[in-house]
Design a protein around this ligand. Structure first.
Ligand code: SF4
Ligand code: SF4
Length: 429
């Protein structure tokens, strides 16, 4: 077989073994184009590796497209060992395409990118802030009273050893996570419109640090409960270890604008928690208009590929790799994150555009089908990188492609652990 020589073959046992991180790393260290080739569906030597890979690649590819990467640089093929001619044609075609596109300078050139948001996206932000002003959250003091009553009883009867809730912060507009172990401390628990943190993060941390013996009660809004469902689904906590104090929530303020409803609340479907042991608060209509959850994503998708690339380049360049996004996420719980591994160092540890690009894409992908949209990562990011837009893009894809919404059913199989034979595969040559 004769084919273009400008290729470097990397042999893998199965397409199922190809992590998107390998692809990002190859781009990062200089590949101008990447071709993935594997066995046809139904022919996997490991039974179903290629079916799993197809789901993963589909999401990965759609995310790269969302970020403005020219997808001609990344092609997928099913080519069996008996299809030599197809292999030759595919390689030659790929090499020709890459020669026409030229080196992948956009990724290696640290310049470029537009700090200013593209016009369409800023208009969405503007629209959101106007709408937010129309629907100010309002929580009655009876929530706090009920919390105190129920919490005190739980501790007095020793039904729980710990309550994780909110306490008053030292600054106006802030609350702080609070761990209560004694009934006489219960009056320190608060619940108001500044309780934007997702306490499920502290639940998993407390468990990991061995701070929990016996049952624990956690104060949780509907959106936070979805993270708890995810943790149960992934075997990180057991349902029977928990007492969920579910709050009927009328929205929380965004952390920055003390006058604005948090963006996630504008499309919230979980004002009344779907899972709880005690339901606290009063159900009533949320004021203001309910926004399409994916409006921002749809409008961003309408931008040109170059505009999308400029937008993300400008943002990813500013990432300082503080990992606040990871620390605050209730579903980022690995003891050792891939970004901290140094042998091999899949994600460069210093802050530079290429490494930041890999980090931000892989962070979002690791949360694909798991992220419950609590918005904490974006809130915690000191550089105001719009991480929510990446998360929402993947949530939209997961919903449309795999008909799955995370955070509601802990017995469901996460979408990237299963496959359907009829999954979309048109993108594979
Ligand atoms: S919180 Fe923001 S700046 Fe920090 S690592 Fe995450 S994306 Fe980068
Ligand atoms: S990725 Fe962000 S929005 Fe999603 S669960 Fe984690 S912190 Fe929440």
């Amino acid at each position: 077989m004769n084919y273009a020589s400008a290729v470097r073959i990397i042999r893998m046992p199965c397409t199922g073994r190809i992590d998107p991180l390998f692809i990002l790393k190859a781009f990062e260290i200089g590949a101008d184009g990447i071709m993935i080739s594997g066995c046809h569906p139904g022919d996997c030597h490991y039974t179903a590796g290629n079916y799993h890979a197809r789901r993963r690649f589909l999401l990965f590819r759609n995310l790269l497209d969302f970020c403005g990467i020219d997808l001609r640089r990344l092609r997928f093929y099913w080519i069996s060992a008996a299809e030599g001619a197809k292999w030759v044609n595919a390689v030659n075609e790929m090499v020709e395409t890459i020669k026409k596109l030229g080196p992948f300078r956009e990724l290696h050139d640290a310049d470029g990118g537009e700090i200013l948001l593209p016009q369409e996206v800023s208009s969405i932000a503007h629209e959101i802030s106007i709408r937010s002003g129309k629907s100010m959250p309002d929580h009655s003091s009876s929530i706090q009273e009920s919390l105190h009553k129920i919490g005190r009883e739980l501790l007095q009867k020793e039904e729980v050893s710990l309550i994780i809730g909110y306490g008053k912060g030292s600054l106006y507009g802030r609350t702080t996570p609070l761990m209560i172990r004694r009934p006489e401390e219960i009056d320190r628990l608060v619940f108001d419109s500044f309780c934007f943190n997702n306490l499920a993060t502290y639940l998993i941390q407390a468990k990991k640090e061995g701070q929990i013996s016996g049952k624990v009660a956690v104060v949780a809004k509907g959106c936070d409960i979805k993270a708890i469902v995810g943790l149960i689904q992934e075997g990180q906590i057991q349902r029977e270890e928990l007492i969920i104090l579910g709050i009927i929530c009328h929205g929380v303020f965004s952390a920055e604008g003390k006058d604005n409803l948090a963006e996630k609340c504008l499309s919230c479907q979980d004002q009344i928690p779907k899972l709880y042991d005690h339901l606290i608060g009063e159900a009533r209509e949320m004021s203001g208009e309910r926004m399409d959850q994916f409006l921002k994503v749809k409008q961003f998708e309408a931008l040109s590929q170059q505009e999308r690339w400029k937008f993300w380049k400008a943002h990813f360049k500013r990432c300082i790799r503080c990992y606040a996004c990871r620390a605050v996420c209730p579903l980022c719980y690995c003891n050792r994150c891939i970004a901290n591994k140094t042998q091999p160092a899949w994600v460069a540890s210093s802050s530079h555009f290429r490494g930041n690009f890999t980090w931000n894409i892989i962070r979002a992908l690791h949360l694909a089908g798991r992220c419950i949209g609590c918005g904490e990562c974006e809130r915690a990011c000191p550089m105001d990188i719009p991480l929510d837009l990446l998360n929402l893009k993947l949530a939209k894809e997961i919903k449309e492609l795999f008909d799955y919404v995370p955070g509601y059913d802990w017995e469901a199989s996460p979408p990237l652990t299963i496959f359907r034979e009829e999954d979309e595969g048109e993108f594979i040559g």
